[in-house]
Design a protein around this ligand. Structure first.
Ligand SMILES: Oc1ccc2c(c1)N[C@H](O)CC2
Length: 118
């Protein structure tokens, strides 16, 4: 993801370590396959029109590595965007729709556990 690289201050790396761990858990989840990389807009009819802000785990990782999240909220907004896009584009009873619901439940649980630790 090209963007102006922000100065890497040590504490910002430390501050976001829990998010990198949490993101790694999302990527390792067996239901993560629809969300690992950007949807190929050219090969999925209607996606570009319906989904105004595509998002995926790879893009989130790139933004984390490039210090593009200024605060915790923006990280959570992007993760929830992945699941909201999935619910918008897929029927709840579809394979991908079900994977999205399972991933969201997993994320909400882990995020709550992470917050309780702080
Ligand atoms: O049948 C299909 C084919 C492609 C995709 C989906 C469903 N859903 C994803 O959210 C986006 C990509």
């Amino acid at each position: 993801v090209s963007c102006a690289k922000r100065a890497k201050t040590p504490n910002s790396e430390l501050l976001f370590l829990p998010f990198r761990v949490l993101l790694a858990e999302l990527e390792a989840h067996q239901d993560a396959w629809p969300f690992l990389s950007p949807v190929k807009l050219k090969s999925v009819p209607g996606y570009r029109k319906v989904i105004k802000k595509p998002m995926d785990f790879f893009t989130i990782k790139e933004k984390l590595i490039n210090n593009m999240y200024l605060n915790q909220e923006n990280f959570i907004i992007d993760v929830n965007l992945v699941f909201d896009n999935c619910q918008k584009f897929n029927e709840d009873d579809s394979e991908i729709g079900q994977a999205g619901h399972r991933m969201k439940r997993f994320f909400d649980k882990r995020w709550t556990e992470l917050l309780r630790k702080q």
